[in-house]
Design a protein around this ligand. Structure first.
Ligand code: ATP
Ligand code: MG
Length: 252
């Protein structure tokens, strides 16, 4: 698998007989940011969920950190998935628990660390996501951007090698969104994490992406560097990266 954090081969996924991913092959380079891009409903979330085995594959193979996730026994798979962090599309924090309790949850479930160590880890993670001192707040007391950052702190609490983020900046104002972009870059640079980001925000893609995987109608139509994606003449890809070009000619 070399330097690939994730390797997906000929992946087929169906929901009650309807094919959503139709032979997806793509790879995610370690310690890079890969953006998964494509129109709404093209299967981006499904791809993430299948990599995490929350949705079963009809056929194909998935290697995650060098291990075959589909073939693994449930116990080994659970262990493997502990090395992965996830920020879901509507990745809600539990509203009845404080920020600190939310972030501590994976530690309580998967480690037997004493309370004072957990408190220290929570404090460190809150500093990383730039929410120092937010321990005792309840999620309803946070802004949208703060919620995303708190959820990100929870996603990295077990120091994952790979983190999957599904539309992390959806609903955020441009400043909060840019801050989240910087945060993702710092996770890559300083913590050497691999990030897989589903997003359709061009500003964010231009800031964070090393690689682009472009999905269309259940297929990967492009898999390569951001620069190559921006220069691509594949119609859907070109249109995505330069959505105004066509309109400009339409109106001239
Ligand atoms: N649990 C499910 N059961 C049945 N169909 C589903 C299920 N989840 C998703 N689908 C269908 O699969 C297709 C892909 O959905 P998916 O959520 O993966 O798309 P997406 O690319 O993440 O879209 P968006 O950009 O809107 O988040 C859609 O047609 C959707 O209706
Ligand atoms: Mg989605």
């Amino acid at each position: 698998m070399g330097s690939h954090a994730v390797d997906v081969q000929s992946l087929v996924v169906e929901y009650s007989g309807t094919r959503v991913l139709d032979g997806v092959t793509c790879s995610i380079d370690a310690q890079n940011v890969t953006c998964i891009v494509g129109t709404s409903g093209c299967g981006k979330t499904t791809l993430l969920k299948t990599i995490l085995q929350l949705v079963p594959a009809a056929s194909g193979s998935i290697e995650l950190l060098g291990e075959d996730v589909i073939e693994r026994e449930p116990e080994e798979r659970a262990e493997l998935l502990l090395r992965v962090g996830v920020l879901f599309q509507n990745g809600a924090l539990l509203n009845s628990m404080t920020v600190a309790e939310n972030i501590a949850l994976p530690l309580r479930l998967h480690t037997d660390l004493p309370d004072e160590v957990i408190a220290r880890v929570v404090r460190e993670k809150l500093e990383i996501v730039n929410l120092p001192g937010a321990q005792n707040l309840l999620p309803p007391e946070l802004s949208g951007g703060m919620k995303k950052r708190a959820a990100l702190a929870r996603a990295i609490v077990l120091d994952p090698k790979v983190i999957f983020l599904d539309e992390p900046s959806a609903g955020l104002d441009p400043v909060s969104s840019a801050r989240l972009d910087m945060l993702m870059l710092s996770l890559k640079k300083h913590l050497r994490m691999t990030l897989v980001v589903v997003t359709h925000k061009l500003s964010s893609i231009f800031t964070v992406a090393d690689k682009i995987v472009f999905l269309d109608e259940g297929h990967v139509v492009f898999d390569g560097t951001l620069a190559a994606a921006r220069a691509s003449d594949i119609e859907v890809v070109a249109h995505f990266f330069d959505p105004f070009e066509e309109r400009a000619t339409e109106f001239s």
